[in-house]
Design a protein around this ligand. Sequence first.
Ligand SMILES: Cc1cc2nc3c(=O)[nH]c(=O)nc-3n(C[C@H](O)[C@H](O)[C@H](O)COP(=O)(O)O)c2cc1C
Length: 213
Amino acid sequence: MLIDFADIDSRKAYYWMGSTIAPRPVAWVSSLSGDGVANLAPFSFFQMITATPPTLMISPLVQSSDRSFKDTARNIGETGEFVVNLVPFAMVDLMNQTSVTLAPEHSEIEQFQVPMLDSARVKPQRVAGVPVSFECRLAKFMPYPEEQPSCVVIFGEVVAAHIDEAIVAPDGTVDPAKLDIVSRMGADWYGRTRAEANFKLGRPAGWDQRRKD
Ligand SMILES: Cc1cc2nc3c(=O)[nH]c(=O)nc-3n(C[C@H](O)[C@H](O)[C@H](O)COP(=O)(O)O)c2cc1C
């Protein structure tokens, strides 16, 4: 079946792309407004961009009702700091609850009593009980497309990470079987990094040869 994107609207494009570009790990993003209101919301348009400098990306959509930025994007634009927390399966319901739309002066953290801990290098707190948190400083804030933005692509430079030692093997590497974080698939489907779904695949012979032509 061929889907010509010239023939479909953005709702259908969202469906086909979101259901197949999967699984996408969930960034559970904590931020503070300029007035100091703490905010927490999940985003699956999320990836690592480079390690030089260590940079990740989230992409909050612009609200279709009035074209305004979501609280997370507005807060990061105002204060330049945020924390990306990865979501353990044990906290998936709490994460889901924090996706409700609240007025900017109300905090999901207070409303749903999310346990938080102080961060080391940035002001927004991090979520307690998650395996990994990345403390970030705003590197780039790019409403896209420029003429009529539908999202804000946000690059964050990672300035510190908190890694739960429970996911680290005795040799100091991350044990994928212990990570057990959740990811978004299409519609209401989610994925989970379970040991039985993991497998190892080495690089092919000669993978680091440079082309000689
Ligand atoms: C698992 C999950 C992933 C989500 N991913 C995104 C996303 O990538 N971009 C987005 O704009 N909204 C996403 N949402 C919806 C936002 O979490 C929701 O709009 C939230 O209210 C935004 O909060 P804020 O206004 O406090 O920033 C997601 C929701 C869930 C449950």
